[in-house]
Unconditional design. Structure first.
Length: 405
């Protein structure tokens, strides 16, 4: 008889951001391994009322912010002050309180055997911890990013202190920890001996790519970047690439076209437009997921950028790039992403600070095109990141925990 897994994920389709694919793929493939998924997530205007196994809970804070007007301004100001002072655990606190109001009937109806709560945001883990305590259901916490270790944002001391306290509570309330990269896993096992941390990486879903078609790009070497930069992670910038392109000779530059597909700040756009000829850059803007995959599939080079000093970084975008079967041009050094690219033979990794090295490699690419000497994919290594196989790893974690219960 199938068991039931309760998945807590504030961000979930049809919301379109990098954090939704992991919990969505777990929910998609867990039934193959004997687990019926029930998802608790946030209510969104795009969601349909006919979703099976998805419990959507309104977020009063997000609704007030989205409505704008005179009430929204003081709410946002007070919320920010409370968070920055360490009093409020997160910006989604009102959603957390709303979930707890309505959760009893859901637990009674579905009787979950195990809980998976995924971070970020921390409110997911707060919900999971509270449900676990109330109903004595084993909790597994999943870290897509570090919370204390290599946290994405730069926050005041009181916020960092609050995060340290919360992280300890979460770990002590759980029966297992899952993380997307080895550095995060190693941190938890060293910081909290006996926490049973293990790595289940991000990945790609081959079924997403079945109907993806190429689109006509420029008759040039098309370098494609999809996603966000500083909006997603502080310190992430393509400034060194822009400077490297600017160092090329004019007859070399004309062979390149940089496609920026996603949501970028005005400062990022100004940096690019202020340095490069507009003919070299195509700002596509925000697109739906299928279109983003089409751009990846149509690229000559896929651009990956990470921040310096973040060993644990291996974004979901990297695994989409693996599935696209296109060479990866990565500005990353000493990261989990670099390790994956090297093991799969899918690209070249350069220091984000090495403008001269980036320039030399661009010259080499232009001279050798359409041949790419650094793209030597190893299919058996790439196949390890199939979402179906990764979900099997999660089901195995569930099995081990429930067998001990």
């Amino acid at each position: 008889m199938d068991k039931t897994a309760l998945i807590i994920a504030y961000y979930y389709p049809p919301t379109n951001n990098g954090g939704v694919q992991r919990p969505a793929s777990f929910a998609k493939y867990l039934p193959l391994y004997g687990y019926k998924p029930i998802v608790i997530t946030c209510q969104t205007p795009e969601a349909t009322s006919s979703e099976k196994g998805i419990l959507r809970v309104r977020d009063p804070g997000a609704e007030l912010t989205a409505a704008g007007g005179i009430k929204s301004l003081p709410f946002r100001g007070i919320r920010k002050v409370l968070f920055k002072s360490g009093i409020l655990p997160g910006y989604l606190y009102w959603w957390y309180k709303e979930v707890l109001k309505s959760i009893d009937s859901a637990i009674e109806e579905y009787s979950p055997d195990v809980i998976l709560a995924t971070f970020p945001p921390q409110e997911n883990l707060m919900v999971g911890m509270e449900i676990s305590k109330r109903y004595n259901i084993p909790l597994i916490i999943d870290f897509r990013d570090g919370m204390v270790f290599e946290a994405l944002g730069v926050e005041p001391f009181l916020v960092k202190w609050r995060c340290r306290q919360l992280e300890r509570q979460f770990v002590n309330s759980s029966v297992g920890v899952v993380a997307v990269t080895e550095p995060i896993t190693d941190y938890f096992n060293e910081k909290y001996p006996g926490c049973n941390a293990s790595t289940i990486s991000n990945g790609f879903d081959p079924e997403e790519w079945v109907d993806v078609k190429k689109i006509n790009l420029e008759n040039k070497i098309n370098i494609v970047y999809t996603g966000r930069l500083s909006f997603s992670e502080q310190g992430r910038s393509i400034g060194s690439l822009i400077k490297a392109i600017d160092c090329l000779k004019e007859d070399e530059k004309k062979h390149l076209c940089l496609h920026m597909v996603g949501d970028f700040s005005e400062q990022e756009k100004a940096l690019i437009h202020g340095t490069l000829n507009p003919k070299l850059v195509n700002f596509v803007g925000f697109v739906n997921r299928k279109m983003a995959l089409q751009y990846q599939y149509s690229a000559d080079l896929l651009l990956l950028v990470t921040s310096l000093g973040q060993r644990s970084v291996a974004t979901g975008k990297l695994f989409e790039y693996l599935a696209a079967n296109r060479p990866i041009f990565a500005l990353t050094e000493g990261t989990a992403a670099e390790d994956i690219i090297n093991r799969t033979g899918t690209g070249i990794c350069l220091s984000p600070n090495d403008i001269e090295g980036i320039t030399r490699q661009l010259k080499n690419i232009i001279n050798m095109y359409p041949n790419v000497d650094f793209y030597k994919p190893i299919p058996e290594q790439i196949a390890k990141y199939d979402r179906k196989l990764l979900t099997k790893q999660l089901a195995d974690v569930f099995d081990r925990i429930l067998d001990r219960k």
